[in-house]
Design a protein around this ligand. Sequence first.
Ligand code: NOJ
Length: 564
Amino acid sequence: MTNDAEHVASDPNWWRQAAVYQIYPRSFADADGNGIGDLVGVTSRVPYLAELGIDAVWLSPFYPSALADGGYDVDDYRDVDPKIGTLDEFDEMVEALHGAGIKVIVDIVPNHSSDRHEWFRAAVAAGKGSPERERYLFRDGRGANGELPPNDWTSIFGGGAWERVTEPDGTPGQWYFHLFAKEQPDLNWEHPEVHADFLRTLRFWSDRGVDGFRVDVAHGLKKDLDAAHDDLTTIHRAELFSDGSHPLWDRDDVHDVYAEWRRVFDEYDPPRTAVAEAWVHADRRARYASPEGLGQAFNFDLLQAGFDADSFREVIAKNLAEAAATGASSTWVFSNHDVVRHATRYGLTEESGAAGGTPVGADGKAWLLAGGDPEYVDDALGLRRARAATLLMLALPGSAYLYQGEELGLPEVGEIADRDRQDPAFFRNTGVEIGRDGCRVPLPWTAAGTSFGFGPDGGAAPHLPQPAWFAEYAAEAETGAPGSTLEFYRAALRLRHELQDAETLDWLEASDPAVLAFARPGGWRSVTNFGDDAVPLPGGEVLVASGPLPGDGTLPGATTVWVR
Ligand code: NOJ
């Protein structure tokens, strides 16, 4: 380890302004050629990640899973999916990442297990009234013979939220609750064994050197399934409830769980970190980010904001104030494995029906869209705006979360045939949602070769088909290419490292309403022109620009510069 790497390794605040790169392991790099990305593949790309200049990786689930929901249906929380690797390979990967000064964050999925988890199998086998059933949310059905679900709540992926089991004697039996797919039964967080088992899991991975956790559906664990809830249109809109009164989401006592987790995190040196995925009312997000709880929470506000100066400023100011009040640092994100890639979102044309380039689904989330239809996308404009937005984000105080492939400027893949789709959101909601497969297509590493270098030449086809146009976005093609998105990300991340200081910013008043400008401690400024027309280039030395500058003293539309 270099001195620098050693310092980072022991710094308890490493996460506060980290650039975190999300790896969706099944689609990152396939070393064994079975068509599915694996942990050895991640290890083989450590030099690439180090060169990119990120501080940490966050790995989406790599646990044993039948992949009913891309791995968020976990069979065993303390093992590696044999399709993806082994625990030894996990250890080797962590060692290689740490050796390069990169921290490791893993995904924890506490709201539900998979229906193949040993606890769930035991619950079905043991029958009604058994202690095994207590670890999940089983209820009797309504109707003369219990043939109707306990209530008519719907699951997030469409269809009912209850599934009926067959009892050990072969008769139709009780129902269990699932917020997501039916293969994802919700755990009962009133049960002490559920609490104890997750503490064990947190220690298991922490002992293996994991530095932090991303907590899936952090706002969902506690529920009141017997509550009356008439207004079904809002059943999945936790954001609308600011008082903790929703029966399924964001209930006050969920924080008891995280207080318990915090005590485990603090057993380690440096303490393990966590970031909550919590789609809650903005006023309640701070609770998840409190130092006594998970410490940090995603804010998806920027991801849902239209590409305009006022919206960005409002979101940024609000979130910085929120972070200052709790002692957490802000989080920023434009793309992840659940939403349409931002290079495509920002290129959606008016015919797509997307307002201000930000298509938002009926429940307010950017993942519920028929995005990615190439007919409605202006790729060049999308990428230009995406790069401008990213450079602005990288100038902000707080952590920046990046999603694999965005550093290549990858657009969403729209042209996936129905038969190739995998996302349960597509199958349970056919015709309404296209699902999230378009941002999960395996990465192109080389311009030629079977699977564009995702797997070895002659290996199996990638688990989701890659379009021919992936060649032009290959990491190899962009490496060293002047103006490429990859070189732009590398330059911006390198500079961010040098320049980031105290977690504050000062807004600068711009003469044009389409311009958003702010200064950071140390005397550097970020200036974004959100408009279509060029504006005067700000004075000072240009450190990096998100797109070409014409050299005539102007800053073109949809472009960000850092100046000093
Ligand atoms: C949020 C995850 O990001 C998403 O991919 C998953 O489908 C749900 N949680 C359920 O685990």
